[in-house]
Design a protein around this ligand. Structure first.
Ligand SMILES: Nc1nc2c(ncn2[C@@H]2O[C@H](COP(=O)(O)O[C@H]3[C@@H](O)[C@H](n4cnc5c(=O)[nH]c(N)nc54)O[C@@H]3COP(=O)(O)O)[C@@H](O)[C@H]2O)c(=O)[nH]1
Length: 520
């Protein structure tokens, strides 16, 4: 499996977070535009409907007032209409399609013929847009609405957009099959046969809405590039914020990555996902050179690579995972060895036990394990040197497992708390001389001169001696001559797979080859 590099993950997560934030900022901006377009359109439709409704109401009322001429009474009534309306600026009376008088101008000197209306509504009124009208001597741009014998004049600005921001807009009448441009920028409105229509593309935001009661629509369109022009501050802040977020994401992913790749995380995962495995280092009878058993040693390999025992043993202890870890080693090794069918009654398989699991008596559980019950050989527990062997609880727990049939070896003897005087407290079977003493044998150091003394005391305490770290014949010979019973070391074999161990065990235990073992 290819492992993605640390740097790649950190850079990618930073870029991803930055892009995501820019995307979110654009989404926020886009939804803000859509929202404002909807609001603008709604306001326009509402206002225009109100104006037209008010105008039609005024025209209806005028019809009911029975005004047939341009008398002062009629003009007063027409003026009252102007006064009562919020939008109407002027009211005109028509006779035979000619405008004869208005509320502002009074009786016209010449009746005025009206042009063709801009459009005729289905609701029975005509409308003239953008008419240039003189009212009270002022020129106005007005919208004229006519129904029956009256027309009303409304300021064009009343219909003009309220507030459209950067949008381009168009007001159309959709009464006929062909839409009629009323105001704004011609060509904005898209005829979609839909009263409400929204479209967002890479280039623009478009929205139109048609009146439910009257026949006109307002269309709004905003080109996205105008945003970059007009909302530069927003975009700059968004980009700066996105960059900052990207950097934070990188730092966060780096922290996660480090945590994920830390030894403690790898160890926890390793226990769940079976990244731990074991190897067995042969234990040899120094006289006959037969393999009489082996020490089970843990190994670790996950997709990130290997960890060495020196890297994980202390960490396992610190994580308080020593017992599940030891159980895993014991169960796996014993079931594999038993499954091979090669293990004889006197085969000694040893396991390293954490001091903590001795002190809190986890070791008492071992006898209940099916793998232990079914195992046909001997199980030795190696109690590591950093256990305080003078602890009464530890001594009692060790003696209890010995009573249950396990053998116990004092490991790394000479390097830690353990000392010769304490040996008598135990009924253990083996003393394992630490490899550092064996390495020194050739040099004849003061340290190595302790070895005969250790062997002597061990034998006086009824313990058999195992020397570890034997790498050559000279060391093996010296130890054999000192009366050391068993040896372990690279000379006899490095830690190996269970298959190779079984093969070495069977080969050196064949009755005819036992006296001349081959190096492993
Ligand atoms: N509680 C547990 N401790 C464990 C377990 N598996 C290993 N360990 C302990 O980790 C320490 C390092 O172990 P490792 O790297 O496996 O080294 C062992 C041998 O490979 C090494 N050895 C054996 N012979 C030689 C030799 O000739 N030369 C040489 N340079 N090294 C040699 O010695 C280690 C065995 O030590 P010991 O256990 O003291 O017999 C080590 O302290 C292991 O105990 C585990 O499952 N549980």
């Amino acid at each position: 499996m290819r492992i993605i590099s640390h740097r790649t993950v950190v850079i990618c997560s930073g870029l991803f977070a930055c892009t995501l934030m820019v995307y979110l900022a654009l989404m926020v901006l886009s939804s803000d535009i859509q929202e404002s377009q909807r609001r603008y359109a709604h306001n326009t439709i509402t206002l225009n409907q109100t104006v037209i409704y008010d105008s039609l109401q005024a025209l209806d009322d005028l019809e009911k007032l029975d005004i047939n001429d341009c008398s002062e009474t009629s003009l007063t009534k027409m003026r009252q209409t102007v006064y009562l309306s919020s939008f109407i600026r002027d009211v005109g009376l028509l006779q035979n399609d000619l405008l004869v008088c208005t509320s502002v101008g009074g009786v016209l000197a010449e009746p005025v013929t009206l042009d063709k209306p801009s459009f005729t509504s289905a609701l029975g009124y005509d409308i003239w847009l953008n008419q240039q009208l003189v009212i009270f001597d002022f020129l106005h741009s007005g919208v004229v609405i006519r129904r029956g014998n009256f027309n009303v004049v409304i300021d064009s600005s009343t219909f003009a957009p309220l507030e459209y921001g950067d949008n381009q807009w168009e007001l159309v009448s959709n009464r006929t099959s062909k839409d009629v441009h009323l105001a704004g920028t011609q060509g904005i409105y898209k005829d979609t046969n839909s009263p409400i229509y929204e479209e967002v593309t890479d280039n623009y935001h478009y929205f139109h809405r048609c009146s439910e009661n009257f026949d006109f629509c307002i269309a709004l369109s905003l080109y996205n590039y105008t945003l970059f022009k007009n909302k530069t501050w927003f975009l700059v802040i968004s980009i700066l914020f996105s960059l900052a977020f990207g950097v934070l994401a990188s730092i966060f992913s780096e922290t996660l990555f480090k945590r994920h790749n830390s030894n403690s995380s790898r160890i926890r995962r390793g226990l769940r996902k079976q990244y731990f495995y074991y190897q067995i280092q042969p234990l040899v009878d120094l006289k006959t050179k037969r393999v009489i058993g082996g020490e089970v040693l843990a190994r670790f390999k996950d997709p990130l690579g290997e960890l060495y025992p020196d890297q994980f043993i202390h960490e396992i202890s610190a994580l308080k995972l020593s017992w599940p870890f030891t159980l895993l080693m014991i169960k796996n090794a014993l079931s594999d060895l038993q499954a091979s069918g090669a293990i004889q009654k006197d085969c000694k398989i040893s396991f390293n036990i954490f001091p903590n699991d001795v002190e809190n008596n986890n070791i008492s559980e071992l006898k209940h394990l099916p793998e232990v019950k079914n195992f046909s050989g001997n199980i030795t527990l190696e109690i590591t040197e950093d256990l305080k062997l003078d602890s009464l609880v530890a001594i009692e727990n060790i003696n209890n497992v010995i009573k249950q049939g396990f053998e116990v070896a004092i490991d790394d003897f000479g390097t830690g708390y353990s000392n010769l005087a304490q040996l008598k407290s135990f009924r253990c079977q083996y003393l394992k001389i630490d490899k550092s003493f064996v390495f020194d044998l050739e040099a004849g150091s003061i340290r190595s001169s302790l070895v005969p003394h250790m062997v002597d005391i061990a034998h006086k305490s009824d313990l058999k001696v195992i020397a570890e770290g034997i790498e050559n014949i000279m060391q093996s010979k010296v130890l054999e001559d000192l009366g050391v019973e068993y040896g372990q070391g690279w000379m006899f074999g490095k830690p190996m797979s269970v298959e190779k161990f079984i093969e070495a065990y069977q080969r050196t235990n064949k009755p005819d080859e036992g006296s001349s073992p081959k190096p492993l």
